[in-house]
Write a protein that binds this ligand. Sequence first.
Ligand SMILES: [Zn+2]
Length: 261
Amino acid sequence: MLVDALGKLLAANRLGWGAFVAVGLRRHGLTRYRRGGESDLLALPAVFVDLDNPTSDALARLRGLRPAPSCITFTGGGYHAYWWLDEPLADMGLARRMLRGLQRGANSDPLSPVQSLRLVGSRNTKPGRDNAFCQIVEMYDSYHRLEIFSPLLSRLTTQPASPPSRRRTTYHPTSRGTTINPAVLHAVSDQLIHIGYVQQSDWLSGPCLYPGHHQHGDVHHSFGFNVRTGYGNCFRCGSILLKDICHTLGIQPADYGGLFV
Ligand SMILES: [Zn+2]
C-alpha cells in the first residue's frame, strides 16, 4: 500500500506537483490535501529542520550541530536535517520547543510539528529550482534520547513564554491598525506552493482546501489565495479567513508571532 501511494505521488511529481512527506504520525480520518493540525498528530518519530540555503556553509552548519543529525537531505533549495528519536515523541509542546531549539541552532526557518517536507527521490517543482532531484546527502543509524536535546531547550528558558491569548486569536479585518503578519502570509503561501498551487500576480490557485464541500473533490481548482491580503476564495465555499486556512494547513500563527503585527 505504501509502495502504491509512493508510486502515485511520484507520478504526480513527474506532472509538476510537489511531493511531500509529513514526519508526524497522523490519526485516521484526514482526507486528501489535508495535512491536519497539531491535534491530528499522534507522535513524531524524528525532529527536523529546513534550511532554505543550498550553500556549502549551510551544509557545514548542519553537520556541526550537536547532537549530529541522523540524516541530511538536499532539496534543491537547501537542506533538511533529521534526528531519529529512540522513541516516538507524543508531547507536542516539547516537540515544538525542540524544533525551535534546533531551528535556532541551524539558523533555519521556523517549522511546526505538523510540517511536511519535500520527499527524497522526488523532483523539486518550485519555480527556480530547476527540477532538482531531492536526495540523501548522508544518513546514519543514530537514534537519539530526548534528554540529549535538553541544552537546546534550556537556552529557551530566557525566551518569553507564548502569549496566553494564542487560543483566542480572532480575525478583525476591519479593525484599524491591524496588519496581517507577513510571516504568516509567507508560511501559508509557501505551503500552498508546496502542494502544487500556481501563482498568478497576487493569487495562488489550486484545488479547494475543503474538497469535501465539492461534488467531485474540486478537480477544477476553484480555490484562490490572495498572497497580499491573506483571503482565500472558493467559487463554491465562498471567502475563507486566513485563520481558518492556517488551521486547515496546520500552520499556527502563534509560531510566527501571531496573525497580526
Ligand atoms: Zn471550495
